[in-house]
Ligand binder design. Structure first.
Ligand code: MG
Ligand code: MG
Length: 264
């Protein structure tokens, strides 16, 4: 069942998303070779709590951290820990904030400065696919229009679209209806109506779409161990426009490597 949000609820979610965007911006300052992923997680948790939020992911179904940190072939749900980032890594930071009872959810994949151009292409194109999806996320369309926009854009490059993990409604629960797959047919799926708030989050693999779960019960990686990228926004549907509640602006301002202009 889809919970449609009132204007008042969307206003709270806007504030939740604003804390989330700033949290991402704080983490962005720390991303460099040698940093432990645990340090990033600690920063995020402190910043969220200092701003009267609650980390949505911490203890969610037993998840042990405030950030999902997924390096290289890890698609999603990686644990922060003692691992130190390397010059040639890509790293996805996925974060959720709960504020006054409402969640927001956003993710971003960073390349470090030694990442090769084929991998930068994967990141640039996955980033672009998120916006292709957002363009279709408007009142009157269907979820399949969003799904198809993402899938058709990235598959032309031979990339694999992960099937097992999908975007989702966001609200009082971190994951609500509707599901927002990154693959599908135009004109199919639930109708998009004002008051819907959902996360769009392409998870795109350089090689096969197949993924496997590690024995820790959480970490998902590509089965061919090629890299995977993930960008996510939470959007709110209004009658006449779609509002991206989360933003990557703080990330792009604070991350030292201006990679988006590279290799396209
Ligand atoms: Mg997320
Ligand atoms: Mg999500």
């Amino acid at each position: 069942m889809v919970h449609l949000k009132t204007a008042e609820e969307i206003q709270i979610m806007r504030e939740s998303a604003s804390i989330l965007a700033k949290t991402h911006g704080e983490v962005a300052r720390l991303i460099k070779p040698g940093v432990k992923t645990r340090t990033l997680d600690k920063k995020a948790e402190e910043f969220i709590r200092d701003n009267e939020g609650i980390p949505s992911f911490l203890n969610y179904n037993g998840f042990p951290a405030s950030l999902c940190i997924s390096v290289n072939e890890t698609v999603v749900h990686g644990f922060p820990g003692e691992y130190e980032l390397k010059e040639t890594d890509i790293v996805t930071i996925d974060c959720g904030v709960k504020f006054k009872g409402y969640h927001s959810d956003a993710a971003y994949t960073y390349p470090l400065e030694g990442v090769r151009s084929e991998v930068l292409d994967l990141l640039n194109r996955t980033y672009d696919s998120l916006y292709k999806g957002i363009e279709q996320a408007k009142a009157g369309n269907r979820i399949g229009d969003v799904s198809n926009a993402i899938q058709s854009y990235v598959e032309q490059f031979g990339y694999g679209v992960v099937r097992e993990l999908v975007g989702h409604g966001v609200g009082k629960s971190l994951h609500e209806d509707p599901e927002v797959p990154n693959y599908g047919k135009r004109g199919k799926g639930p109708k998009i109506v004002p008051g819907m708030v959902f996360a769009i989050e392409p998870m795109i693999n350089m090689g096969t779409k197949q993924v496997v779960q590690e024995r820790d019960g959480w970490t998902i990686r590509t089965s061919d161990r090629k890299p995977s990228a993930h960008f996510e926004h939470t959007v709110a549907i209004h009658e006449d426009r779609t509002e991206v509640l989360t933003t990557h602006e703080d990330i792009e301002k604070n991350y030292s490597y201006k990679w988006r202009s590279k290799s396209r």
